[in-house]
Design a binder for this molecule. Structure first.
Ligand code: SF4
Length: 193
């Protein structure tokens, strides 16, 4: 099902609009902007799904907030529908990022509608994920083909979202492919289509 068609099909549950409300200079670089936007519905129900789908996401149920790095932007999504983004080039980039976020959030709403809420166990397992657990499944050759000094550094950066799993090309070999799938499942137990 194409994304646009899916949105039409689930029109009663999706976010139709995210409005940019406040723009200010970015703290890290005043040449860039940060902004606050507001979705047209609360997002509390999809935060756990987004947490399980975005490899480097951090999630606090207590604060009702999920944050993650996307390219160079720190994106935070709040249960009440507020969304903030930092290190944005200009208004055009802000509009593009907002639309990308809207589509991602809607895929999470569609997941919720079709699969229900994820279990507490799934959320807890991701919260307990550490670089050591990922390292154990890597080839452990320290070959540096990923651009890192070794497998442990790679595991740490993978969990922070600074590296992608595809950058360890050894994981594509017959010997390691099962470990690759296992790591994928650990960092993104939910895949949003
Ligand atoms: S490419 Fe893979 S095996 Fe080589 S150092 Fe990086 S993580 Fe380790």
């Amino acid at each position: 099902m194409s994304e646009d068609f899916a949105e039409l099909f689930f029109t009663d549950v999706i976010v139709k609009k995210i409005e940019i409300r406040e723009i200010s200079p970015c703290t890290a670089d005043p040449e860039r902007i940060k902004f606050l936007a507001q979705a047209d519905r609360p997002l509390e129900d999809v935060l756990p799904i987004l947490y399980l789908a975005i490899p480097n996401a951090k999630y606090s149920e207590k604060l009702g907030a999920l944050s993650y790095m996307h390219q160079q932007h720190l994106i935070t999504i709040f249960a009440n529908g507020r969304i903030t983004m930092t290190y944005v080039k200009d208004r055009d980039e802000a509009n593009r990022l907002v639309e990308e976020a809207r589509r991602l959030i809607n895929r999470a709403f569609i997941y919720l509608k079709t699969h229900g809420k994820p279990s507490r166990e799934m959320i807890q397992a991701k919260k307990e994920l550490t670089p050591v657990k990922i390292y154990e499944l890597l080839p452990k050759t320290n070959c540096k083909k990923c651009g890192e000094q070794g497998c442990f550094a790679f595991a740490t950066k993978l969990l922070n979202g600074e590296k992608r799993l595809q950058e360890c090309i050894l994981l594509d070999s017959k010997e390691h492919i099962a470990c690759k799938f296992q790591i994928e499942k650990m960092v993104s137990p939910i895949r949003l289509k």
